[in-house]
Design a protein around this ligand. Structure first.
Ligand SMILES: Cc1ncc(COP(=O)(O)O)c(C=O)c1O
Length: 386
């Protein structure tokens, strides 16, 4: 297999390649800036602090957030756990969608068991599980609700949820959005969508390295830390500082990862998320059009008239998803993901549990040739099996 012909279509799991400038920023940090930020006053510490605070500004500016309320931590999962644990007290009620990733579902189920939190899952009438603003409104009307948490887009089908509309419908109940599948891939202005908290991964649509996630907080939404430790500030105290970002950012941060994320956000700002979005949507439509012409292929949760990310799920009647994914990789150099994509609830809702789907995830650096390569290979494999 010619390594130049490898086709990466798993951007829903993590983006590859990363944005131009990311590798250089990571290397520069490790070679020239790798002090421990905020700990001491020597030049490498100052250099590291400058990189981290610069990256925070770059992330905030891309996502329309206040840098002082933009938190950088180890990942989206960490921030989702932090907010859920901080905001859900014993006996509280939380409303969520049926399309959530386990990064939301597992902490919710744990809080249900350990604190008696009531978890209400909005199934909606829509065949693809897409909830409407009215579905959420209906759920919070009769009973006091502490929090609404929902994904901005399904990581299984790519369908985008109307989060701003839902936030307006459930106000004043605070809403946390899981933007792991959308940040950097579809335009989002945090100052405008009216949600209390927004969480995303640095390594997916934001095109940075793994090991960094982002939490954006509205000015009226306070969150207790999940993890406590050194911050470099108020070292005389055995209590956590109460000011942001220190109160939520305990421990040495992932300097190289954050440096890379800053570079990625600068590239996205320059290139334009709207252009990324248009590119990915054009290619995912091309993929949907190509795949649905093939006998036996079923698209899951795809709609021509709906808003989508670059993610598309499909199956081929009578074929095993795992074997197909392995063949695509081995014989054609095409990388995509088979299975449940850490979202069993979504597959139950879509009727694809327990086998799951094959999921293609298009990124900003994919081309028409990549999409056509996948369509061609699926056509050939499905003919051979019939
Ligand atoms: C919708 C959604 N939420 C949360 C996560 C968790 O992100 P991370 O693994 O970067 O913490 C993912 C990752 O796949 C996701 O797709």
């Amino acid at each position: 297999m010619n390594p130049d012909r490898l086709i990466y279509l798993d951007n829903g799991a993590t983006s590859f390649p990363k944005a131009p400038g990311v590798v250089e920023a990571v290397a520069r940090f490790l070679e020239r800036e790798a002090g421990n930020p905020g700990r001491g006053g020597h030049r490498l510490t100052v250099a590291a602090s400058r990189v981290i605070e610069g990256a925070r500004e770059d992330v905030a500016s891309l996502l329309g957030a206040d840098p002082e309320r933009t938190l950088l931590g180890p990942g989206a999962t960490f921030w989702l756990n932090t907010v859920l644990s901080a905001r859900l007290r014993p006996g509280d009620r939380v409303v969520t969608s049926a399309l959530e990733h386990n990064a939301v579902m597992r902490p919710l189920r744990e809080l249900e068991a350990s604190r008696g939190v009531e978890v209400v899952v909005v199934r909606g009438d829509d065949p693809d599980g897409l909830p409407t603003a009215d579905d959420f409104k209906h759920q919070i009307e009769a009973t006091p609700t502490a929090l609404v948490v929902l994904t901005h887009a399904s990581n299984v089908t790519g369908a985008v949820l109307p989060v701003a509309k839902i936030a307006r419908a459930v106000a004043p109940v605070p809403v946390m959005v899981d933007g792991a599948q959308t940040a950097g891939s579809i335009p989002m202005d945090f100052s405008d969508i009216g949600v209390a908290a927004y969480v995303c991964s640095g390594h997916k649509g934001l095109l940075g390295p793994p090991g960094v996630g982002v939490l954006l907080l509205d000015e009226n939404f306070e969150v207790e830390p999940l993890v406590r430790g050194g911050t470099g500030s108020r070292s005389e105290s055995e209590e956590m500082p109460t000011n942001l970002p220190d109160c939520l950012e305990a421990g040495t941060p992932n300097g190289p990862g954050i440096a890379g994320l800053g570079a990625a956000c600068r590239w996205l700002t320059e290139h334009g998320v709207v252009n990324v979005s248009e590119h990915e949507q054009r290619l995912v439509r091309r993929l949907a059009d190509g795949l649905r012409e093939i006998a036996g292929v079923i698209l899951h949760g795809w709609r021509d008239d709906a808003s989508h990310t670059g993610v598309l799920s499909f199956t081929i009647a009578g074929q095993d998803n795992g074997e197909l994914a392995a063949r695509l990789d081995r014989e054609r150099g095409i990388m995509l993901r088979a299975g449940l994509h850490c979202a069993p609830a979504a597959h139950r809702r879509l009727g694809t549990f327990p086998d799951g789907t094959l999921r293609a995830g298009i990124g900003p650096f994919n081309t028409e040739d990549d999409v056509d390569g996948l369509v061609g290979a699926v056509r050939e494999f499905s003919i051979l099996s019939s």
